[in-house]
Design a protein around this ligand. Structure first.
Ligand SMILES: [Zn+2]
Length: 95
């Protein structure tokens, strides 16, 4: 006996949940550590700009090759490459 579509509301909720999980699993960490958080949030790392003693976030670029941003006070650029040699550091300092 076929299941009436109305019982599923036309959308299978399991598929929806799986899609969200796929987006969130790019970063395996959980909790409140940098780089995680809301499923739709872009990964980021914290950085300390020594030039102005200011803290900021570097957001991952579209290619996923680096984190990039700039000093919130003087605009000095900062960049951290992803995956070159590997570092687990989640906090960086810009000289
Ligand atoms: Zn600065």
């Amino acid at each position: 006996m076929p299941v009436p579509l109305v019982d599923r509301g036309g959308v299978d909720p399991r598929d929806y949940i799986l899609d969200i999980h796929g987006l969130a699993s790019a970063d395996e960490s959980s909790g409140d550590s940098p780089g995680s958080g809301a499923p739709n949030a872009r990964p980021w790392i914290a950085i300390h700009f020594k030039c102005c003693h200011a803290y900021a976030r570097l957001y991952r670029n579209r290619d996923g090759t680096a984190y990039a941003g700039q000093c919130p006070k003087c605009g000095a650029p900062a960049r951290a490459a992803i995956g070159e040699g590997g570092t687990d550091a989640r906090f960086f300092t810009a000289e």
